[in-house]
Write a protein that binds this ligand. Structure first.
Ligand code: SF4
Length: 423
């Protein structure tokens, strides 16, 4: 039979040597996830062994390996098996019963009306006899130990690792999603682990992570799971961090803020048209989320993926930066990331580095103090500079950290406080 075994262990050192691999999208739709030690029949028949398939296999294998090492493998007998179609339910606290057994979901601004037996737009919430249930309470499909810089957080515990997880589903349908194979999937479509909140926190501590990150897809859609993990995380002295599209209603958001330490919010564009055409979402609720996070004193960083011809207009970028400065403060870190052709926007080219540099100049000219360029390893725009004395206080190359010139959260040259969570 065409079985093979891969025995491999990824540790923090291995990860830090492969910054480009780490920025690969998460993929777990392959049967590689079926066995804890990657016991696997040939995925592709010889006729299908194209370069594309080979690269896909490599990406899948990497994703599987980086999840598997968290379970302390390779001991075959102790393997935590990923199962396809695993569903775990919990009653949602955010829905309103309607006539004839229908419900309205109150978790995100989509406010889905859902008939009996049907699901909302995120695919992971189902109306069962007039009650609304999460289908992803305890069945994550992605588990990774990542550098926190990958989230990206540049002002939160630099050079530490974050135990990162996601379930299937998302409340957006972005045409440029880099994790579309899980974000645009139903729980039945992916390979998931049966993992309780307690297990997540214990594994995070065992792995030496300083934080747990809710990421890869929109964490709002696994809200109940996130909240229960988050409470335990707080008890154990770790941080809760998330990367989110910010598309959540104010009431659940404010409850989440009680346990959330830091949020990186995608501000994907600065027009409603962009959100409607490319994300199946809306801009206004995202701006409201950013303001609430600031009010609730959650550390906020912003990511803007710059897509050629779609959101790279300099005057719109300037408008966005002025809004950030006015509503959130000039000390809000903002990351302008390079787009690579993916999913439904494969016909576009990667963002030229010169475009990112022009945008960074515009952002700095508006008065924003921490403006970063992402997905261009080695670029000067990855570093943190003190806005007062202009000296470099954190040196980065990809996800690797160089010299750090901070003392007690202040620039060690001139003493200016640098916003963030540093200890
Ligand atoms: S969380 Fe899901 S079900 Fe609820 S409103 Fe948003 S997309 Fe619809």
């Amino acid at each position: 039979m065409d079985y093979y075994y891969i025995r491999f262990r990824l540790d923090k050192q291995n990860l830090s040597h492969y910054p480009n691999l780490m920025s690969e999208p998460i993929r777990n739709t392959s049967p590689l996830w079926e066995s804890g030690i990657l016991r696997q029949k040939s995925i592709f028949p010889p006729s299908a062994c194209t370069k594309r398939n080979f690269l896909r296999l490599c990406a899948t294998g990497f994703a599987a390996l980086s999840g598997i090492h968290l379970f302390g493998l390779p001991e075959r007998s102790h393997a935590q098996l990923a199962k396809k179609g695993l569903i775990k339910t919990k009653l949602s606290p955010f829905f309103t019963p309607l006539a004839q057994g229908e419900i309205q979901c109150e978790l995100c601004p989509k406010h889905c009306h859902v008939a009996k037996g049907k699901r909302g737009a995120c695919r992971v919430r189902e109306n069962r006899d007039g009650k609304y249930f999460s289908l992803v309470y305890g069945n994550p499909c992605a588990l990774h130990l990542d550098p926190i810089e990958k989230k990206p957080f540049f002002h939160v515990l630099p050079a530490t690792t974050s135990f990162s997880l996601a379930t299937a589903g998302c409340n957006f349908h972005c045409k440029f999603c880099q994790n579309w194979e899980i974000s645009q999937a139903s729980p039945e479509d992916v390979y998931s682990y049966d993992v309780s909140p307690e297990f997540v926190v214990n594994k995070a501590k065992e792995a030496g992570a300083r934080s747990v990150a809710y990421t890869y897809v929109e964490p709002t859609i696994f809200y109940e799971y996130l909240l229960d993990i988050g409470l335990l995380v707080r008890r154990e002295g770790l941080l809760n961090v998330c990367h989110s599209n910010g598309f959540i209603n104010p009431t659940p958001l404010r409850q989440l803020c009680r346990i959330m330490d830091a949020a990186n919010i995608d501000l994907k564009g600065f027009t409603e048209d962009f959100y409607h055409e490319l994300c199946d979402g809306e801009l206004a609720p995202v701006l409201e989320t950013l303001k609430i996070l600031k009010q609730e004193k959650v550390h906020v960083e912003i990511t803007n993926l710059v897509i050629p011809t779609k959101n790279d207009n300099l005057s719109t970028v300037k408008e966005m930066c002025l809004w950030v400065k006015k509503e959130l403060g000039s000390d809000t870190p903002i990351h302008f990331s390079r787009f690579y052709p993916l999913y439904k926007l494969r016909s576009l080219p990667p963002t030229p580095v010169s475009t990112l540099e022009n945008i960074r100049d515009v952002a700095i000219s508006t008065g924003l103090e921490y403006v970063y360029i992402g997905n261009v390893p080695g670029h000067e725009g990855e570093n943190t500079f003190c806005p007062k004395c202009k000296k470099r206080v954190i040196h980065r190359t990809g996800y690797m950290l160089g010299e750090v010139r901070l003392k007690g959260g202040k620039c060690s040259y001139c003493g200016k406080p640098i916003p963030g969570i540093w200890t």
